[in-house]
Design a protein around this ligand. Structure first.
Ligand SMILES: NC(=O)c1ccc[n+]([C@@H]2O[C@H](COP(=O)([O-])OP(=O)(O)OC[C@H]3O[C@@H](n4cnc5c(N)ncnc54)[C@H](OP(=O)(O)O)[C@@H]3O)[C@@H](O)[C@H]2O)c1
Length: 279
């Protein structure tokens, strides 16, 4: 445990429940690696008390906070400024405090694209098939469209895909049941559903006729290697695992709060993964 001085910078993650969050472990690793006089703590904030609690953190001199379920929408109300990443993602996951003001952003899309790069993929390499139209799909869709990729979304509930497409001009829609048929025309497929996660059914996506150049990304990171990634790897396709997205999305917040650009590398990945494997 490091000893803090009176100058320590403090940030944390606001959620309810927050006990399962890996963010304190992740940011704690970077704080220790860089010998920073600072702390990152879990902030268990009940629904309905978010605005009061966050204004209290601001008044108490916190540097900022991450925001997770169920507060990502409520966070809009408490922010003085909201950047385009949060507007486009429809959710705020990072708060930066400065000059008595709260700035909100969303780093999930950044995390997805940075992780794709780290695995040798390019967001603009060709058409993307995005499976799912929930919170993470929205952030990923916006980031990929911004990177110039043509993006098609397929979602079990068509109306939700249509709502996403009306919020993000340029987004195309495919039927959920047509996902295998349209796969051949795509350079990247992204699973942004919980399918394949521990406790959920695997994603039903036959890759046997997929082009050899297809990149397969799974946002699910428990387990680290989902059935989808295992199938893709067995077929020699390039895989992009979800844990990297979690690690990369934390970079902008850490940089803003603690003033250092942290590195996502194998040592960090092993440290966070060992906690997931212990579950
Ligand atoms: N790696 C990371 O950093 C990261 C970040 C965020 C999320 N994630 C992971 O990504 C996954 C999705 O998270 P989220 O926050 O986007 O969830 P969400 O907002 O609840 O959205 C879930 C999406 O999955 C679809 N879905 C759920 N069950 C399904 C089923 N049985 N069959 C077909 N579609 C189904 C939903 O479709 P309907 O509209 O039809 O309900 C919806 O589009 C989770 O596993 C989460 O852990 C990872």
């Amino acid at each position: 445990m490091s000893i803090l001085s009176g100058h320590a910078r403090v940030a944390g993650i606001a959620g309810w429940p927050v006990t399962y969050s890996r963010s304190p472990r992740l940011h704690g690793f970077w704080l220790q690696r860089h010998g920073i006089d600072g702390a990152y703590i879990p902030l268990a904030i009940r629904p309905g008390e978010f605005a009061t609690a966050v204004r209290g953190l601001l008044a108490a001199g916190f540097a900022g906070a991450n925001v997770t379920i169920p507060h990502k929408i409520a966070a809009f109300e408490v922010c003085d400024t909201i950047d385009e990443t949060a507007q486009r993602a429809g959710a705020v996951n990072t708060l930066v405090f400065g000059d008595g003001k709260i700035a909100g952003s969303n780093t999930d899309g950044y995390g997805f694209v940075a992780n794709l790069h780290a695995h040798g993929g390019q967001p603009g390499a060709g058409p993307v098939l995005l499976l799912g139209a929930g919170g993470s799909a929205r952030a990923v869709a916006a980031a990929l469209l911004d990177a110039g990729a043509p993006v098609t979304v397929a979602n079990r509930t068509l109306a939700r895909a249509e709502a996403l497409a009306s919020d993000l001009p340029g987004l195309r829609i495919a039927e959920w049941d047509a996902r295998v048929a349209v796969l051949a025309d795509h350079a990247l497929v992204v699973n942004a559903t919980p399918l394949g996660m521990v406790g959920h059914a695997p994603l039903d996506l036959d890759l046997s006729r997929a082009p050899a150049s297809l990149v397969v990304a799974d946002n699910v990171y428990v387990p680290l290697e989902t059935p989808l990634l295992a199938a893709a790897r067995a077929q020699g396709l390039r895989c992009v695992e979800g844990l990297g997205m979690l690690l990369h999305q934390a970079v902008p917040g850490f940089r803003a709060w603690f003033g250092i650009e942290p590195r996502v590398d194998d040592e960090l990945r092993r440290f966070v993964a060992s906690d997931l494997l212990a579950q």
